[in-house]
Write a protein that binds this ligand. Structure first.
Ligand code: UTP
Length: 409
């Protein structure tokens, strides 16, 4: 795309401001900017009308889970099935670490956060320790695919290298980068971060499978013979990865996917709930639930919409391959996004949300599956999210839970 083409293209989409500083740029910067503009697909709805992104939801119904008591009864069988799948190389794990962690306010990749008190204990290290417990028991490594973002990729890779992969097999750790989306201001204009750069933000955790494929790693795991992928978030320090019980129970259930869930503490707890939507597995967000859904009870008095998701899913690779090329719903997030000021020099750091970023979500992938086993886990043993610096789901609450589980901080 040359300058004239870029000018026409942007004018037709009311984004001409992206060329405002063109004349002041070096030839390299000009080429770089034109390349970014060429990569924009401005016919997509988010550049025309945000309301077009609103999702129409179907008919929700409750979905039961394999409960803690039921799991306990069959634990030995599930464990053996799970360990066998790991031993025979059928299981891979995917760590979603491409987020921006803006609520934590840590300027490095979230996994580099040191959650120790008297010693260094990084979030990445915690997760690897959890995974190693399983691979030690199975006597086999699980390929670990780590999704990073354009912004945190180099730092994440370097951190793992410096720390010798925290004792995990370096040959079994594979990194890939997720895609990005341009961010837009409240007036619909694409933001710039410098006179030659558009603001590109990570496009949410839903794109992990297609990003993995684009990076050539799908081919690789197919060659390894991986049949199941356990996808999990970076920020739950009690996360059980490649959990043989979970894998075994999902395989035994005949379902093509599984989700770890926790029993909600109260009807109004702010957690997405695994349910059925138009007969298919789905996740309803807490703010989408009506009062009736929130308080509906089963005959035994338990909440009908009881099982909250913790971002730990198991997917079958062959089923995921069918989702490639599908259009994921795009979710809009109103965020504080730094942008280039009017003077064309200063990067402004807003104090309040000023712009929109666009994300696909892994939970929408669950709705693309024909079936999903809800697998209940004990939240005090498996759920310690680090989302905020203080308060709810914070460093302090996660530290307390780690200590409760015998981890020396
Ligand atoms: P969150 O929804 O907590 O988002 O991510 P975040 O960006 O990490 O944090 P905030 O909202 O800015 O505070 C849940 C999981 O999904 C991953 C995160 O790294 C985390 O493991 N994620 C999120 C991605 O991998 N990519 C994304 O674009 C967003």
């Amino acid at each position: 795309m040359d300058y004239q083409q870029a000018q026409d293209f942007l004018a037709a989409h009311r984004q001409s401001h992206l060329l405002k500083y063109y004349e002041t740029l070096s030839p390299e910067q000009q080429t770089c900017l034109l390349k970014q503009i060429d990569g924009l697909d401005l016919d997509r709805p988010q550049f025309r009308d945000l309301s077009a992104l609103e999702q129409k939801r179907g008919k929700f119904e409750p979905l039961g889970a394999l409960t803690l008591e039921e799991i306990k009864k069959d634990a030995a069988r599930y464990r053996e099935i799970g360990l066998e799948a790991i031993r025979t190389g059928k299981v891979g794990a995917v760590l979603l670490a491409g987020g921006q962690g803006s609520r934590l306010g840590f300027t490095h990749p979230k996994g580099m956060f040191n959650i120790g008190k008297t010693r260094n204990l990084y979030i990445f290290e915690c997760l690897i320790e959890n995974l190693k417990r399983v691979t030690d028991e199975a006597g086999a490594y699980v390929p670990l695919l780590i999704m990073t973002s354009k912004d945190n990729d180099a730092e994440t890779r370097a951190f793992f290298q410096t720390h010798h992969y925290f004792g995990y097999s370096a040959g079994h750790v594979l990194f890939f980068q997720q895609e990005t989306e341009p961010a837009i201001a409240e007036n619909g204009k694409i933001l710039m971060k410098s006179p030659s750069e558009i603001v590109l933000t990570p496009n949410g955790n839903g794109g992990w499978f297609s990003s993995m494929q684009r990076a050539g790693l799908l081919k690789k795991i197919n060659e390894f013979g991986v049949e199941w992928l356990n996808v999990f978030a970076v920020d739950n320090v009690l996360q059980q990865i490649a959990d043989p019980l979970f894998i075994g129970a999902t395989i035994a259930s005949g379902c093509i996917s599984g989700s770890k869930v926790v029993s909600k503490a109260a009807p109004d707890e702010r957690v997405g709930v695994l349910c059925l939507e138009d007969g298919k597995p789905s996740i309803v967000e807490y703010y989408e639930m009506t009062e009736e859904m929130r308080t509906l009870r089963n005959a035994d008095g338990t909440l009908a919409y009881r099982f909250g998701v913790i971002l730990n899913y198991l997917f079958r690779v062959d089923a995921l391959m069918k989702t490639l090329g599908s259009d994921f719903p795009l979710h809009v997030a109103h965020k504080k996004i730094p942008y280039l000021g009017e003077d064309g020099k200063t990067l402004i750091h807003p104090e309040a949300p000023n712009a929109y970023k666009f994300e696909t979500l892994v939970l929408d992938m669950v709705h693309m599956q024909e079936s999903c086993l809800a697998f209940e886990v004990d939240r005090s043993k498996e759920f310690a999210p680090v989302k905020n610096a203080t308060g709810v789901d914070s460093v302090e609450t996660a530290q307390a839970l780690l200590e409760q589980n015998g981890v020396v901080l």
